[in-house]
Design a protein around this ligand. Sequence first.
Ligand SMILES: Nc1ncnc2c1ncn2[C@@H]1O[C@H](COP(=O)(O)OP(=O)(O)OP(=O)(O)O)[C@@H](O)[C@H]1O
Ligand SMILES: [Mg+2]
Length: 587
Amino acid sequence: MKKDTLLKLIRFALPYKKRFIVALISMIIVGALTSALAYLVKPGINKAFIEKDKRFLIVISISVIVIAFIRGIFSYIQNYLMVWIGQRVIMDLRNKLYEHLQTLSLGYFITHRTGKLISHLTNDMMYIQNAVTYVPAHLIRDGTTAIFLTGVIFYLNWKLALLSIIVFPLLAYPLRKFSRKMRRRSYRAQEEMANIYNLLNEKITGIKIVKAFSQEEREIDLMRDANKRFFSSVMKLLKTAILQRPVMEFFTYTGASLVLLIGGLAIIEGEMDVGSLFSFLAALNLLYAPLKNFANVNQEIQQAISAGERIFGVLETEAYVKDVENPIEFKEFKNEIVYENVSFSYALEKIDKDSFNIDSVEHDLKNINIRIKKGEMVALVGPSGGGKTTIVHLLLRFYDPVKGRILIDGIDIRNFSLKSLRRSIGFVSQDIILFNDTVKNNIKYGKPNASDEEVVNASKVAFADEFIRKLPYGYDTYIGERGVKLSGGERQRIAIARAILINPPILILDEATASLDAESERIVQEALDRVLIGRTAIVIAHRLSTVRKADKIYVIDKGMVVEEGKHSELLEKGGLYRRLYELQFKD
Ligand SMILES: Nc1ncnc2c1ncn2[C@@H]1O[C@H](COP(=O)(O)OP(=O)(O)OP(=O)(O)O)[C@@H](O)[C@H]1O
Ligand SMILES: [Mg+2]
């Protein structure tokens, strides 16, 4: 899994391999020049202090300046390119992730918390960007530096060189241990961060309820807890991460002091010159620096892997509701919509369907049979939680039935392309969702290139034109978080205008249960009357005036169709409909 994740991340960097190669060459040049600088210490010291050769000393000093300057240029090029690639990979990955989220089925969003998804798009990306930007530089630049410097120290004195690097193989084992620990701990810390995002998202969106029920203090405590958990998990991670450095440093100092001891003895014995030892120590010092950096590299890699695992986890989730191969375009609605023995269960959305016996769970819809002829208005009524909304969601293919099928003009809707099917259905949901944008843009959401005239016409039909014109900026007034708040009935009428602007042959209206006052109700009702002309509609009705007009009423209770017929027939029957009528539909 871990190698996999790395490979997948590398695949995202592949399109930028040309830049990467330039960066790579720059890194190697930087590494070589760093080594050259260390090597120059030897002639520098020998000429200056031992041979007292002024001219040569000046030449060496100037060489150092020139080399340092060139090294700086390549270092800049390398850094710039790597930062660029890092940001670019993140941009691609984030786009890809968002694109993929848009294709996932509604069921996915029921089971995965929004905040968590947001944290994948923000926090997790940051770890990956860090790794992409710095890891290659550390590995390659520091790696080549290390190789060249090793060459330098072996050239200067191979016995000392052996002595000074003999400590490193001993480090391999603890480093491995550290890596595994860090990856696990990094995963935990990122999960806790996701939790914070989730809490923020949920409670700031729902701030109205938090305040209305005076639960600010509890929310503060919840956040404190989440923060505390993040703190402990991140401290656990950092405890391991920062332990690497002293361990590495201890080994390097041990190596250096051994060199000093043996090299010093060699000078006293006259077997080595001072310049060589200084040069050797300078090289060793430069050599240890990249080796110490490997500790950071390791941390960056482990964090990126655990972030990558989470991101690829989403990217590799397949949409449950998706187009079949060679889907049919839904062109024209000719005849009828039929629900044929349809059963559905939300519980099945949350588990692996292949390994589960679908009959062992209680279904939320059981054996639903409904028939809607072209031009009809069919009403679904029944007690709350009966399954009315679920029934219409299936027509939009938010979910697919676990048993049975839904046919339009004799074709299973699973065979239509999702786009063409949904484009033919106007949908007014029970919870009206409007975006933070102008009234106009909200109305033409389903058809962004609609003309102003179309917007006004749809609004007129939905009985919304009049109140929209009275808003401070008319159709250009912002609604939602950034602007004017609308009443329930007004929101509903905007949603109706939005649904009919795409001029769908089929209309689904899931009336809000919240009762409007008599006046708004009359207006919404009039809007409905106009909207329904010439369309086929499924209306989830809570108003007597609506059900009275319905061509057919289906009474839904406990996931089943318990009664069906016209208003008068159902009244006569004296069943559930009659009881509902007496309780609920009285107006
Ligand atoms: N996303 C979901 N996950 C799990 N169960 C759900 C989900 N949505 C609805 N249910 C369950 O499915 C059943 C039917 O719900 P549905 O929303 O279809 O009822 P409804 O008839 O529209 O009710 P209301 O009149 O109150 O709107 C209920 O028992 C409900 O708890
Ligand atoms: Mg409902």
